[in-house]
Design a protein around this ligand. Structure first.
Ligand SMILES: [Zn+2]
Length: 516
């Protein structure tokens, strides 16, 4: 679908504003359309109109397929509340490349494989390739006031000037320069280490969409570059959001904060389970990749990565469950800090689901200064936490089979230094409530036990045998599961992670009234 003509747009926006003011209708859902339809590079775009007239912004992510943060940020930004104007978003410009995690356009010869260099360089020049032509045509029709292109560099511009990582590249107008300076200031306020701070650069490289839009269409243009090196995806995505939020705020186009990742729930919405997957400090990158792949491949499940700052900013509000996986539980807990841990506890207390897998299970337990105390279980044999890695057999209890909908009575699982748990008991009585809130963990049950054990680095295998491998409980209105085995990653069980997460998120509604 083509964007409507500007005059029509102003009239419809005005009428829509009147109707919304009168309480007659809610804002219309975004329109979508396809670029390069019918080709191997086909990708979608969204046109979001605010209730009042205002500037048009064209926001593009994923021009380079190995730079995922921009496409994720663009998809999250599509869920923001637009106050005025028109926001047109192409979240996955090089969709085919993003799917393969490769920079270039698949199926194009090398000379036009870089979508970021395929746009007109002079007055008589034409875009190269079907996708660049479609994007350029969209820009020509929209005549945006601003073009914003989201990218990632391999190193921090400040310490490695050969890379454009962590920079805002502005087109050569005073307005673009001044705005870019304010955006850099805003994003740098979120960065603790000076060498990772953003810098200003100009102009955008020849052949880029930003340069072509600035030179040929006379709009202001920005290329926003994060740095992939040593930074989790959630952090890079958040930096993109901060920068775009700064621009939209300056233009009076957006309300709400930068940590809105999902749209607020609509009553008529199909009930996809929304899962926040922690990828911040302490999370093992390969576990997160594997978990995201499994959760994302399921029916009706949306997984998004979050870090401590997203959680502090209230991002969990729009999710059904949060997952903390493999890595180091102590580092996760410390990265969250008092406030972040309180935000996670509040989320679960109010009915959110919690899955703590392997390192995340240490985090769920009680007794460490950095743990959440969401599961009424303490960790025993703590000094031998490095007891090793290997395949183990776990036996599901009747409740475990019921709750996880598993017909198998036992299964093989990957164990990597998971906690040995001692549950508070099946009395249903809660543990001590934390002074910070009014909930206490309760009703902790064993879902599976270790049949044998692992005993490296001076520990004893016998200490592990018979201990809970999976446990479930409740915390306030929410459900929690802790798993000492990995459930995703090499040797992951048969979609057991998805089953765990779905149960904590109460979807589908359980027939067996376990724990309730
Ligand atoms: Zn790039």
């Amino acid at each position: 679908m083509l964007p409507r003509l500007p005059a029509t747009s102003i009239l419809t926006a005005f009428l829509a504003a009147l109707l919304i003011a009168a309480g007659a209708v809610r804002p219309a859902p975004a329109e979508t359309g396809a670029l390069a339809a019918g080709t191997r590079w086909e990708t979608t775009y969204r046109v979001i109109d605010g209730p009042a007239p205002g500037p048009t912004i064209l926001l593009v992510g994923g021009v380079h397929g190995n730079e995922p943060a921009g496409s994720r940020a663009a998809e999250q930004i599509a869920n923001w509340n637009l106050e005025r104007g028109r926001l047109v978003i192409v979240p996955r410009a090089n969709r085919a490349g993003l799917e393969l995690a490769c920079r270039a356009l698949p199926f194009e010869p090398a000379e036009r494989g870089d979508l970021g260099r395929n746009f007109p360089r002079s007055a008589g020049d034409a875009p190269r390739g079907a996708l660049a032509a479609a994007l350029w045509d969209l820009a020509l029709r929209l005549r945006p006031g601003w073009l914003v292109d989201l990218h990632e560099g391999y190193h921090y511009s400040r310490s490695q000037p050969r890379s454009v990582g962590s920079s805002v590249i502005f087109s050569r107008t005073p307005r673009a320069r001044e705005t870019a300076a304010r955006l850099v200031e805003a994003v740098n306020a979120s960065i603790d280490e000076p060498e990772k701070c953003f810098e200003l650069r100009s102009p955008p490289i020849r052949g880029s969409l930003a340069r072509a839009a600035a030179d040929r269409l006379g709009c202001d243009a920005l290329i926003l570059e994060t740095t992939t090196r040593g930074q989790p995806l959630s952090l890079r995505t958040r930096q993109h959001r901060i920068l775009v939020h700064g621009l939209l705020s300056e233009l009076g186009m957006v309300s709400g904060g930068v940590d809105r990742l999902m749209s607020p729930r609509r009553p008529d919405e199909a009930a996809a389970v929304r899962v926040a997957l922690y990828d911040g400090e302490g999370a093992a990158a390969e576990w997160v990749e594997e978990a995201e792949r499994e959760l994302g491949s399921g029916e009706g499940c949306i997984a998004m990565r979050v870090g401590p700052r997203d959680i502090l900013g209230g991002a969990l509000e729009d999710f059904d469950a949060v997952v903390f996986g493999g890595g180091r539980g102590s580092r996760m807990g410390r990265a969250l800090g008092d406030e972040g841990r309180r935000a996670v506890r509040d989320f679960v207390r109010r009915g959110g689901g919690f899955a703590g897998i392997s390192a995340g299970c240490y985090l769920a337990s009680n007794g460490y200064p950095w743990s959440l105390g969401i599961l009424d279980a303490r960790v025993v044999d703590r000094e031998n936490w490095r007891r090793g890695r290997g395949r183990v057999t776990i036996e599901l209890t009747g409740e475990g089979r019921d709750l996880l909908r598993s017909p198998a009575e036992s299964m093989q699982a990957l164990y990597v230094n998971g906690p040995l748990l001692e549950l508070a008991g099946d009395s249903g009585q809660g543990g001590e409530p934390s002074p910070a809130d009014d909930a206490a963990p309760a009703g902790c049950r064993t879902l599976a036990r270790f049949r044998g054990g692992i005993g490296d680095n001076g520990s004893f295998a016998a200490e592990m045998a018979g201990r809970p491998a999976l446990a479930a409980g409740r915390f306030g209105e929410g459900r929690a599961i802790g798993s000492s085995v990995r459930l995703a990653g090499a040797g992951g069980l048969d979609r057991l992670l998805s089953r765990v997460v779905l149960w904590t998120a109460r979807k589908p509604r359980e027939k067996a009234a376990i724990l309730r």
